[in-house]
Design a protein around this ligand. Structure first.
Ligand code: HEC
Length: 275
């Protein structure tokens, strides 16, 4: 609820700001490879600041983690570039998402689960294109990829494994199966394979029935695997891609050390009805 009110306020102020903005700047968008300092002076960057940074931090800011209501733009770039290495495709994908945020399209299921879907706001399409181009070009620098929690890895539930729905376990089994049967000497297949297993993992990461600590632990696990899936999508070398598959096998083999199927309870419920 609170979050919705916050969004509403933000969106209203965006609309007000954009009325001012449209008159002040004329597009200046001819240069191709623009220097970092020039990007910061560009129309696209100003628009990014005024329209997107109200919700998105530029880079992760651990000191203000509680004020975070959307993933930092650096993370958005990190998630979009592997799937859309070409600038034109990147711009299209970012525009498509902003114009119509959806679970189908998301490349950041963790963010969707954590912050809810990005609210749909109608932006001027030319401005949005400049913004998307800026997100592609800008060097946000780097930030540590793992949070402390991830360094520690998945934790058990007071010494017990976390119980998951059998649908979830089926998906994980399916991914493991695929990891062990996948074979190819064509790097394009690895990229597609990375996308395929990411799409499957997304179902789990977006599952609304998991909450609280269980949800966090699921995400700690999948955040690690997600990184591998992304590097698979963008990998250029077969050898590295093969190593990443091996790494994923190891990660997924550990899955059942921390999670197990919740079937006994499900069965009990079922038999209650039958008796
Ligand atoms: C009112 C707050 C808000 C504003 C303003 C906003 N965003 Fe977002 N955005 C979010 C939230 C929350 C998420 C995470 C949930 C999601 O991915 O849908 C997100 C996620 C994204 C993603 C990742 C989508 C994915 O794959 O899940 C992209 C790309 C994005 N925003 C681009 C933009 C751009 C570009 C702008 C400025 C034109 C912008 N956002 C303005 C809240 C906002």
């Amino acid at each position: 609820m609170n979050k919705n009110i916050k969004y509403l306020a933000i969106i209203i102020s965006t609309v007000l700001l954009s009325c001012n903005n449209s008159k002040t700047e004329k597009a200046n968008n001819t240069g191709k490879m623009v220097a970092q300092s020039d990007i910061k002076k560009s129309e696209g960057y100003k628009l990014l600041e005024s329209k997107c940074y109200i919700c998105h931090f530029k880079t992760p800011d651990p000191a203000n983690i509680n004020q975070m209501i959307a993933p930092p733009m650096l993370r958005v770039q990190e998630h979009y570039k592997p799937s859309y290495p070409e600038k034109e495709d990147f711009i299209k994908a970012v525009m498509a998402y902003v114009n119509n945020p959806s679970e189908d399209k998301t490349l950041m299921p963790g963010a969707v689960k954590k912050f809810n879907l990005m609210p749909k706001v109608i932006y001027n399409q030319n401005e949005l294109k400049l913004i998307a181009e800026t997100i592609y070009n800008y060097e946000f620098g780097s930030a540590p990829k793992v949070r402390m929690q991830m360094l520690r890895g998945v934790q058990l539930n007071n010494g017990e494994r976390w119980k998951l729905k059998h649908e979830t376990i089926e998906i994980v089994d399916n991914i493991i199966n695929k990891l062990y049967t996948f074979k190819s000497d064509n790097i394009a297949d690895y990229s597609q394979f990375g996308k395929d297993i990411f799409e499957q993992a997304k179902f789990i990461m977006l599952d609304k029935s998991y909450t609280g600590t269980k949800f966090e632990q699921i995400h700690v696990f999948f955040n690690g695997a997600e990184k591998d899936m992304h590097s698979l999508i963008e990998e250029k070398s077969i050898d590295n891609a093969k190593k990443t598959i091996e790494d994923l096998k190891i990660k997924f083999n550990n899955f059942y050390d921390f999670f197990e199927v919740d079937s006994p309870t499900a069965n009990n419920k079922y038999s209650e009805y039958r008796n």
